[in-house]
Every structure is written in C-alpha cells, then in structure tokens.
Design a protein around this ligand. Sequence first.
Ligand code: AMP
Ligand code: MG
Length: 411
Amino acid sequence: MIDLTDALALVEQAASALPPRRQGLADACGLLLAAPVISDVDSPPWDRAMMDGFAVRGADVVESGVTELDVVVDLAAGDVTALEIRAGCCARIMTGAPIPRGADAIIPVECVIDDSRGAHAGGRVRLRDERFRPGQHIARRGTAFRAGQEVLAAGMTLGAGAIGLAAEAGATHVVAAPRARVAILSTGSELVPPEAVPAFGQTRNSNGPMLTAAVKLLGAEPIPLGIAADRPEAIRASVAQGLAADVLVLSGGVSAGDLDLVPEIFRLCGVEKIFHKVRLKPGKPVFFGVFPREQSPPTLVFGLPGNPASSLVCFDLFTRPAIQILAGVAREHWHLPRSRARLTAPAKAAPDRPVYLPCTLARTSHGIDATPLPWTGSSDLLGLAGAGGMIALPAGGTRFEAGAEVEIVIK
Ligand code: AMP
Ligand code: MG
C-alpha cells in the first residue's frame, strides 16, 4: 500500500506524450497542435464589402448633403464583375461581395433616402451619410493575415475558432497529438448491460458508460469492450484485447475477494505492476501497471474498484492525468484544479488515509461553498451525478465542522 502522492507521481512517470500525427481537420477539435498552420491565402482574399449598401467613389460623395448616383450593377456575395465604377455611378452591393474597381467606400443601405430604397442596376439612388469617412466599410485584402503567414502556433489547443481559422487558411490536415485510444472493460458475473432489466442478483453495468463518458470528455477515444464475467478465460481474453490500446481501464475484481482475479490475470498477460492498493478512501484497491509494446509506448493499465463512485474518483485522480499526459497537454492541466472552500455541513476525515468526498460547489461573495453529498456508501451514483467536485480531507480523523475551510477538487 502506498501514499496517494507517491501513486500519482508513479503514474506521471510512466506516461509520456504520444507522437504527433498528421490528421484531418474534421476530427481535430480539442487536440494539441504540434506544428504551426501556415495560410495559403490572404485574408480577406480581396477587398470585401462589410455592409449591405452601395459601393461608391468617395470623390462623388456630397458631404452633409444628398449624393445621387446611377446604379450600374447589383453584387451579392459570390458575384464578381469586370465593370469599373465610374464617376457618378455606384454598385448595389451585399456584405461579403468583392468591391468593384473604381469604388472605394460603402454607403450603408440605412443611408438611402426613402423613395430610392429599392434602387437596383439601371435605377438611380439618393444617399445621405452624415458620418461618411473615405474608405469606410471595406475590409482590405490581406489586412487580417497574408499568404505564407503562420496563423496558428504549435502548442495551442484547437478550439472551434482555431478549426475555423485553419479551414480558412487552407489546412485540411494538421499535425497534432493523436487522441489516446482508451479501452474500457467492466468485469463482474453479476453485470448486465444497461438495456437489460436486472434479475435478482444482477447489476446494470454503469461503470462502462460512465468511464466511456469520462474518456470522451477528456477528448480521448473510448473503445468500450463491454462486460467480462468473473472467469479467468473471459477476463483474460478481454484484457488481451484491451492491451492493444494506449490505455486499458478495467473496473471490478481488483480487491481481495475470492473472485478478484484481475491482478493475477494482468500478471499472466504480461502487465508489469507499478502499484496495487493506495491509502485513499474510496479507492483503496486501485491497480496501476504498464504493458510493454513493440512499436509504441507501453499501454497504461488501470484496475479501478467496481463500486461506481470509487471507480469515478479513481479515474479522476489517476487515469485523467495519464490521458492528459498522452495528449501532450501542459503539466498544469494534468490534474483537476484544486482550491479552498468553506464547508456548509460537517465532514469527517478517515484516520489513516485521505478522503475524497463528492460535493456540490457554489460560488458566493466570499469564495466557494462546498456541500458534501449524502453518500450512503461507495456505490452511490445518485449523489455523484450532481457533484461539481470533491472535498479532499487529509488523513488524521479530524471532524471538520460547517464553516471550516477545506481543500476541494473542482470537476
Ligand atoms: P468489485 O470491485 O468487483 O468487488 O465490485 C464492487 C461492487 O461494485 C459490487 O457491488 C459490484 O456489483 C459493483 N460493480 C462492479 N462493477 C460494476 C459496474 N461495471 N457497474 C456497476 N456496478 C459495478
Ligand atoms: Mg466483482
């Protein structure tokens, strides 16, 4: 049995970033960019109308008066014209259309004097723009960025805006850290899939969908392997399958009961144990090991306790940082953030190991309030479902009263 801090350090030591790969933009959201994106176009690519209105020659505009012009062409976004706008003329133009030659400002449609509001090509328009500035409402070619310019730097996480920018810059592919492939296996002869109505003695597999969701939320790729009954051949076959992934997250069968076969099966499959059992509540039986692979970094192997709440606490504490490290994210994002909060109800520490109590968190004028969730035992998902974080109580058996300041982990 080892201390939580030592266990976490061992996980950090065993994990390393997966080598970056070229991958399609369509599935790159949330990934860490490993090589810069260079644009192949100017932005805007040409002088672009930024308002619906009339493209005019500034020299024709009568300041503080009415400008009357012949409309020679109608230009919607996507329309182009070879026509040049000459003195006394203008183009009716929509936002996003290229500015025709000769024109150098847009007078917005709001400035049209009533009777000529509908003026199109062949008609005449009367305009009054009290705030006219030369060059107004035109985005000039290349003023945002130039062809050949770096628009996204290596090391940034690709959010929705960055994906849009990469698309504009012509990057159909990016070089980024790949999504870690995470196999998820639930063990237990009592388990049935969620769509089954459990018979007497059976339990729905909630860990499978829960851990799949947790993996997805981290941006990794879950590979659900379903349920393996507590028979050595069944578990062994599924474990062998899971060991091909970057991470194997197994739940159940890691404690000290007669049917807790998993640690021995891991050994038989070639998994090297790094630790088994951590001073932690819940989550004492947690197992961590590595499985060496020929061409890739070792598979990281987590055996989480079967109790759903223990499983999730252990995933958040141990598996999450491993997945973050594989994804290449900066150290400060490996673990869930910690803060201080004020208890709204008493909470009791364990004498011999730290306790992680699911809680709700609320921001107040003086900081954060933490309310421990009613928890009837470590299999209680009802409390966990609404938990915004965990109260982290140090070993020592202290009873913390309402109002006491404690450490929290924010989810
Ligand atoms: P174990 O760690 O295998 O001893 O399981 C501890 C408790 O968690 C038992 O009550 C199991 O029925 C329950 N359990 C194990 N795996 C799951 C699962 N995938 N979904 C829901 N409950 C589970
Ligand atoms: Mg079991």
